[in-house]
Design a protein around this ligand. Structure first.
Ligand code: SF4
Ligand code: SF3
Length: 552
């Protein structure tokens, strides 16, 4: 196996990337290789689908296959080798469909079909054992090129993976676009061609950032049209007596289905991790049995899930080994998530989850009430834009920090806690993603009635954060880079890689990225990003903070 896609990848004197029998996340080498084969098959589909589109030939089933398949290969999503054997089989059928579409389009247009090589011609075996013998062809180790070109290919692939994940989130809310699907095919076709032109690849990286912005706009529409605009909301973070279901991941539609199916069942539903912002949506507030948030970010789940006396559902990333702490009999997966031996819920039929929750003890008593406030997405922040602008003009607000992104297990992430804690009282912190759990339980006070800590939502709500920044820039008649705003981003997985590309494609400079830079970015690539975008690595929190404030 060779996997280098996340922040916790192996990095030591002899290895750069997870290359042994099992990755740091617990992914087995078989699963990693099957994931690469699946991606290779997606490239093959797009080689045909992209060419068919030149003749206006489109197949919705083919288009809709790509993003959900991509999502299964993200860090901490699907660890089930058998699931990948099935997906690869489906991908081969989709490739055949895309090929027929292309050949038919050529025929109708009296054109001679191009001779296509590479993944388009790949014939995957039908069983796990034989598939593994084909892993070399699909490997992303890219030993044909130097490490800079390999790093760029991986940047494109991982950016597209993150975009695929957000696209799946949008699709399940009924939001899709032919333009987006076509651009996916275009870039996957580009990757399939094993590019070597660094300049062109950087251009495509920016294109993927732009694509991700479109996808995140669709996702924002999906969320707000389905569930309403988030409103400032106090969320209880301590449990109350009774039977319980804990829902983790990002998928608010799954959470809503669980709430519907548990109405009048005497079960309390709690959010976990990235589902905390769901409490702010008007539609979700209609369920009195959505009683609060339990736990913190994904890396603490093995302890938190062990302590939770009910059923647990993982709707998307981040899942970690559920077999360790004695809760594997009461955890379920759905959507793109999977773990061998853990029941997978299909078509929103959550009755096994409900039955499990009723059989578990539940909480025996109420705990002392504590709460956090969420719901400062674009609509809410823009509704107090006048106050914010006045605050900046009068000098009561000196600077904005967006401190957000992913949390993670490796040391070094206290940087974000230290940074937030040390921000002066005349500054405002915007946050999103699961990285907020490093500091969201603290009291930061307010500036003239505007809370100093504004929780915009999930990493899935990055579009909302960008819209807030753009609106502020418009109000001050300047560019986002000229605002008194600094982005302090923590990354872990490929969704964050996609958001980073989006920010760069918007020309946003001076982003502080940490806790370490991606291992697939070589020193030369880092230098390029530093030269072009003044990208910075996080260092010492207080020193970074002082330097930012001094320069502003
Ligand atoms: Fe390693 Fe991350 Fe890949 Fe898991 S997802 S195998 S930890 S690089
Ligand atoms: Fe977190 Fe996995 Fe990225 Fe959605 S839940 S931000 S890491």
């Amino acid at each position: 196996m060779y996997c280098i896609q996340c922040e916790q990848t192996v990095r030591n004197e002899s290895l750069n990337g997870c290359q042994l029998k099992r990755g740091m996340c617990g992914k087995q080498s078989d699963t990693a290789e099957l994931q690469d084969i699946l991606i290779y098959c997606l490239e093959g589909i797009s080689q045909y689908a992209h060419r068919a589109r030149q003749y206006g030939a489109i197949d919705n089933e083919v288009d809709r296959f790509i993003a959900p398949a991509f999502f299964t290969t993200l860090t901490n999503v699907n660890f089930d080798a058998n699931r990948f054997v099935s997906l690869i089989k489906e991908a081969a059928a989709m490739r055949n469909k895309a090929r027929d579409l292309y050949l038919d389009a050529c025929k109708k247009n009296n054109a001679v079909p191009e001779k296509i090589s590479g993944p388009a011609l790949f014939e995957p075996a039908s069983n796990l054992e034989d598939l593994l013998t084909q892993a070399d062809e699909a490997s992303i180790e890219y030993s044909d090129v130097n490490e800079d070109i390999r790093g760029l290919r991986l940047l494109l692939l991982y950016g597209l993976k993150g975009t695929g994940a957000y696209c799946e989130h949008a699709m399940v809310l009924g939001q899709e676009s032919e333009d987006v699907f076509g651009t996916f095919h275009k870039y996957l076709n580009f990757i399939a061609g094993k590019p070597t032109d660094a300049e062109k690849m950087l251009e495509v990286a920016m294109g993927i950032g732009e694509l991700n912005l479109k996808v995140m706009a669709l996702l924002d529409t999906g969320h707000t049209e389905t569930f309403g605009h988030p409103e400032p909301t106090e969320v209880r973070t301590t449990p109350i007596k009774g039977k319980a279901i804990l829902v983790s991941g990002h998928d608010i539609r799954d959470l809503t289905a669980i709430l519907e199916q548990t109405k009048d069942k005497g079960i309390h539903v709690y959010t976990h991790g990235e589902l905390l912002p769901a409490h702010a949506y008007p539609k979700l507030k209609q369920y009195p049995h959505l009683v609060g948030n339990y736990g913190t970010a994904w890396q603490n789940q093995q302890q938190e899930f062990a302590d939770f006396p009910g059923a647990i559902v993982m709707t998307s990333n981040c899942l970690i080994d559920p077999d360790l702490n004695g809760y594997s009999h009461r955890i379920f997966t759905c959507g793109p998530v999977g773990w061998e031996g853990i029941p997978h819920i299909e078509n929103h039929k959550f009755s096994p989850v409900i039955e499990c929750a009723l059989n578990e003890d539940g909480f025996s008593a109420d705990q002392i009430e504590r709460a956090v406030t969420v719901g400062f997405a674009r609509n809410t922040v823009m509704s107090v834009a006048d106050k914010v602008i006045d605050g900046v003009k009068s000098g009561s607000i000196k600077h904005f920090f967006l401190i957000g992104g992913c949390d993670g297990a490796k040391p070094g992430r206290n940087y974000y806690t230290d940074f937030a804690e040390n921000t002066p009282d005349d500054t405002v912190i915007l946050t999103l993603g699961c990285g907020k759990y490093r500091f969201n339980n603290q009291s930061f006070g307010d500036i003239g009635g505007i809370p100093r800590l504004l929780d915009i939502g999930q990493c899935n709500d990055s579009y909302s954060a960008i819209q807030i920044a753009v609106a502020l820039a418009d109000a001050f008649d300047c560019s986002v880079n000229d605002l008194p705003l600094t982005l302090i981003i923590s990354w872990f997985e490929q969704k964050a890689a996609a958001v980073l590309l989006t920010l760069l494609s918007l020309g946003i400079t001076n982003i502080h990225l940490g806790p370490t830079l991606p291992a697939y970015l070589t020193p030369n690539l880092v230098n390029t990003l530093v030269d072009k975008f003044a990208l910075k690595t996080t260092g010492d929190a207080q020193q970074d903070l002082d330097a930012i404030l001094k320069a502003s």
